[in-house]
Design a protein around this ligand. Structure first.
Ligand code: ATP
Ligand code: MG
Length: 428
């Protein structure tokens, strides 16, 4: 019988890879906490309407990337696997009254689903961490969010391979003025545009600006610049943000052609990009979306946030070998015992776990000769092997073999072993 495979673009995370994921997730969660963000969790499935209304009908996501199907309920409701988190976050906040007369600083993480062509750094089930700040209208929170991401890159050791790009999309009104000018420019060069861009001139002309086609990009050199169309307040906001970033020593490049795929952005937009991942160069993207809460039925609420793609960050961390050795190594102590002494071995292991809670200890199970047990101990990556034979049990001691150091084996008491184990646990 043929074996069943996973779906295309939906990866397993194997035990060899999970340490780098855990390291990334723990580092990010710690940084979010240090900036006062609290975690929120919401379902993977939402009503399709939520995404249509927030992301926008003429976006890649809603047009062709959503996993949408009919629920089994009597209403035959259309439901969708979440393609991103912001919409659900706003929905949950509104539903539970979290935005009423207060600011909220929230983060979330987990799988997102988009029907895309799978390739390196682009999957159908991928993972994001997102951060959203509600109720603050000024550039200060935009700058702090960016500082948070910059700190995370430093902690992950990838700050020298990512760069910040910044733009302002103004307000819906100023954008409408710009859009009109852009459309007339694009109509003038219509025949020379790539076919995707031609289609977008009518449906979503702003998206032409981030066309990947080189000849379209060359034509866009002469396109009107969105920053020339900003209203006074948006201009001040953008200037204010740049001053704050300068004061924080965060370098950036203003890129007037940076637009985001989703409809709901206003004013600040930013992306952290890398040249190390080919076409999948954006590792973190976000911006301000002051209109979205109202668009989803709430009161007007300023909001700003970002999402980062974990698959791409994992690739960067791996590329940098930025992973501390102790994260890769999963076992500190490996217990090797005479088969007749298994009860002693298991009991000693339990006592050691009681004494040293941080210890990663593995008792050899499944039988085998002393030699084969020692091979397993070495392969486990453990720093020491604890050998238990008749002599040791008689004397209430244990023989320690140092697997990573050039040091002779020694027979020590359980108390000495506890101290040694504590030292190993502290190394992590
Ligand atoms: P792209 O232009 O690469 O398609 P996007 O603009 O669609 O990205 P966002 O919706 O802004 O992406 O999502 C934020 C981040 O999530 C991206 O910058 C990227 O790191 C990650 N991401 C988005 N789609 C995928 C995917 N299919 N696979 C892996 N990561 C993804
Ligand atoms: Mg996309």
């Amino acid at each position: 019988m043929s074996k069943i495979q996973s779906l295309r673009g939906m990866n397993d995370c194997l035990p060899e890879e999970s340490p780098v994921w855990q390291y990334l997730e723990a580092t990010a969660a710690r940084v979010f906490k240090r900036y006062g963000y609290r975690e929120i969790r919401f379902p993977l499935l939402e009503s399709t309407e939520l995404f249509k209304r927030s992301i926008g009908e003429v976006t890649d996501i809603v047009e062709k990337e959503m996993y949408t199907f009919t629920d089994l309920s009597e209403e035959r409701k259309s439901i969708t696997l979440r393609p991103e988190g912001t919409a659900s976050c706003v929905r949950a906040c509104e539903q539970h009254g979290l935005l009423y007369n207060q600011v909220q600083k929230l983060w979330y993480g987990g799988p997102m689903f988009r029907y895309e062509k799978p390739q390196k750094g682009r999957l159908r089930q991928f993972h994001q961490f997102g951060v959203e700040a509600f109720g603050m209208a000024g550039p200060d929170i935009d700058a702090e969010l960016i500082a948070l991401t910059a700190r995370l890159w430093r902690e992950l050791g990838i700050d020298d391979i990512v760069a910040l790009e910044l733009n302002s999309l103004g307000t819906p009104e100023s954008r409408a003025r710009y859009r009109k000018e852009l459309v007339s420019f694009l109509e003038g060069v219509f025949d020379e545009l790539d076919s995707d861009s031609q289609r977008r001139v009518a449906s979503n002309p702003m998206r032409v600006l981030d066309s990947k086609d080189p000849s379209t990009q060359a034509l866009l050199q002469d396109a009107p610049n969105i920053l020339d169309y900003l209203d006074e307040e948006s201009k001040q906001h953008f200037d204010g943000l740049q001053q704050l970033l300068d004061a924080l020593g965060i370098t950036y490049r203003v890129n007037p052609r940076l637009v985001r795929g989703l409809d709901y952005y206003s004013r600040t937009v930013f992306e952290w990009v890398t040249t190390e991942l080919g076409a999948q160069g954006t590792v973190c993207a976000g911006g301000r979306y002051d209109g979205l809460v109202e668009q989803l039925g709430g009161k007007p609420t300023p909001a700003v946030g970002f999402a980062m793609g974990l698959e791409r960050l994992v690739l960067l961390v791996q590329e940098r070998h930025a992973l501390p050795a102790t994260v890769q190594q999963q076992v500190d102590v490996y217990v090797v015992a005479d088969q007749k002494l298994l009860a002693h071995a298991l009991r000693m292991a339990e006592q050691l776990r009681d004494q040293v809670p941080g210890l990663r200890l593995q008792t050899h199970c499944g039988g085998g000769s002393f030699k084969s047990q020692m091979k397993k101990a070495d392969k486990s990556g453990a720093r020491i092997a604890c050998l238990l034979g008749e002599d040791e049990v008689q004397a209430g001691s244990v023989t320690v073999k140092y697997l990573r150091e050039d040091r002779p084996q020694e027979t020590i008491s359980f108390e000495q072993l506890t101290r040694l184990a504590s030292e190993l646990a502290d190394l992590q």
